[in-house]
Write a protein that binds this ligand. Structure first.
Ligand code: R5P
Length: 290
């Protein structure tokens, strides 16, 4: 059955790589933004009858990229009743539960919209928490870039490396990375004030990190605050170089500069969010999943 890959504007390079792996037709979308902020999206050509795969990451500006995703899915549905939607980075994934009374679980709203637009199946990469997957109303699969990130790090020369998770939520991710890399791991205790967003590391000093190169593993970097605080905490204890391996590097508000200033030596991320650090390609793991 012919397969067509439609690329959202946020994921052109990744979609091209995926189309190549699937031996599929590639269709890109043209985006015009009107002065009032509305998006006008046009696909370059009609997909052939068969399966359509839409690749559209919803990184910032999240709301407009989400509209683009929904629009592409609804257009794809005109040509196929089997629309597979790949959302490499899922915006709003951190809003997967009501942390404070009255908060809206926006991820659930989005999951409803994706179904209504016509997605028959969704594939996401390292969604913030598995809890988020429960909100989807069509079959959903979460694939992980962690093995690819670990393989990338295997090519680097690190001194007595130790893998570190900046918080409990990321413990299993760090454990997986450490297992593939072939080393041990530790988990820090992070506190984020739910009202102010202020981050603190509240772990007692660690034994055994003096002079060791560390790899902080996280699902995402937004403002970089979590990594800055973790790096400051680790550097105080005279560790070696601090590397960061994360799937989604949003790098908001000079995050990269702030992390480097705090002592981060190198940041490596996946191409779910293309940018200066996105050295790891996830088209292979997505192709396997579909
Ligand atoms: C939080 O639990 C996530 O895993 C990330 O650590 C966090 O969202 C990163 O945000 P920021 O870079 O703004 O600290």
């Amino acid at each position: 059955m012919p397969v067509t890959v439609i690329a959202g504007n946020t994921s052109v390079d990744l979609a091209k790589k995926l189309a190549k792996r699937l031996n599929a037709d590639f269709v890109c979308a043209d985006l015009r933004v009107f002065p009032d902020g509305e998006s006008k999206i046009t696909i370059a050509k009609k997909p052939k009858k068969g399966r359509v795969v839409v690749v559209s990451s919803t990184y910032p500006p999240v709301d407009s990229n989400l509209i683009q995703t929904l629009s592409l899915v609804s257009k794809a549905r005109e040509f196929s009743d089997r629309v597979i939607l790949i959302v490499p980075y899922v915006g709003y994934a951190r809003q997967d539960r009501e942390f404070l009374p009255g908060e809206i679980v926006t991820l659930s709203v989005i999951a409803n919209l994706l179904k209504a637009a016509g997605a028959s199946r969704v594939v996401v990469v390292d969604i913030h928490s598995k809890i988020g997957l429960r909100h989807f109303k069509v079959p959903v699969e979460n694939v992980s870039a962690v093995p690819e990130l670990a393989k990338y790090f295997k090519k680097l020369v690190l001194r007595d490396p130790l893998v570190v998770s900046p918080d409990f939520g990321g413990a299993s991710r760090a454990e997986k990375f450490a297992k593939i890399y072939g080393t041990d791991f530790v988990v820090l205790k992070k506190h984020r004030d739910r009202k102010t967003g202020r981050v603190q590391i509240i772990t007692p000093d660690l034994d055994d990190i003096k002079g060791r190169d560390l790899v902080l593993v996280d699902d995402m970097i937004s403002t970089g605050s979590s990594i800055v605080k973790a790096t400051e905490f680790l550097k105080k204890q005279k560790c070696g170089r601090v590397f960061v391996a994360c799937t989604h590097a949003l790098l908001i508000n000079n995050a990269e500069k702030k992390m480097k200033k705090a002592g981060v030596f190198k940041i490596v991320s996946a191409n779910t969010v293309p940018g200066s650090t996105s050295a790891v390609d996830v088209s292979g793991i997505i192709a396997k999943a579909i």
